[in-house]
Write a new protein. Sequence first.
Length: 254
Amino acid sequence: MDFEKRCSAANSAFSLHGGKTLKDWFSWNGVRCTEYGIHVTAQPSIIRPSERVTFTNVPGRPGSLTTLEADDVYDDFILPVECTVADLSRLPEICAWLRGTGKLQLAARPGGFYNARVANQIEFSKILRNHENRAFTINFRCQPFWYQEDVPEITVTTSGTFITNPGSVFSEPIITVYGSGEITLMVGMTIVELDGITDSITLDTPFMEVYKDTTSMNGCMSGDFPTLLPGQNAISWAGNVTKVVIQPNWRYLA
């Protein structure tokens, strides 16, 4: 189906559902495109990102030698979203909105989001003669993972408790340890040594920072930042700990 026919089909479906279609929108940084009079005519496909690898041809050897940069390292990918807009007076505010980095949510894939950036220039093209409606495509450059949204925190009060990562790739959690003094924290196979703790300390794996409230405490931690592998992960500790609170940040490859 060509683009003009998709626009016509989308507009017909939009009318049949009283101005609402199930896949008529995307959300950028918490704001739906319909707030700007934008309607989606084609949702992007679900894409599994490619691994970051190097292929080397070896003389005298068939095929090529594949070298992974590291385990679970993937490249960004582009998700194109095709849209229309009727009110041309809103183009300046639309262009101001569709910029920078943020969270992309798609009607075609509810329940989560991509971390993305608006990657392309946006051309607003006429789709029919004698009509002001304009068609345009937004190319969102997405980081490799789709994140599950509204995941509740996990509170662990007993050392040796197992928690399960339902995702298809390791997650980068934010872990707050409540306790004092010297603490050894074990998350799966990762051991973290903490010292000089009063009340609590937060290990922020996505940003590789350690803090309490707004105070940096990077000097109180030694070891690698913990991750949660797919499947079961044991959470245990030694020292004076009352509880461990985990924001798990579950994520998926596709």
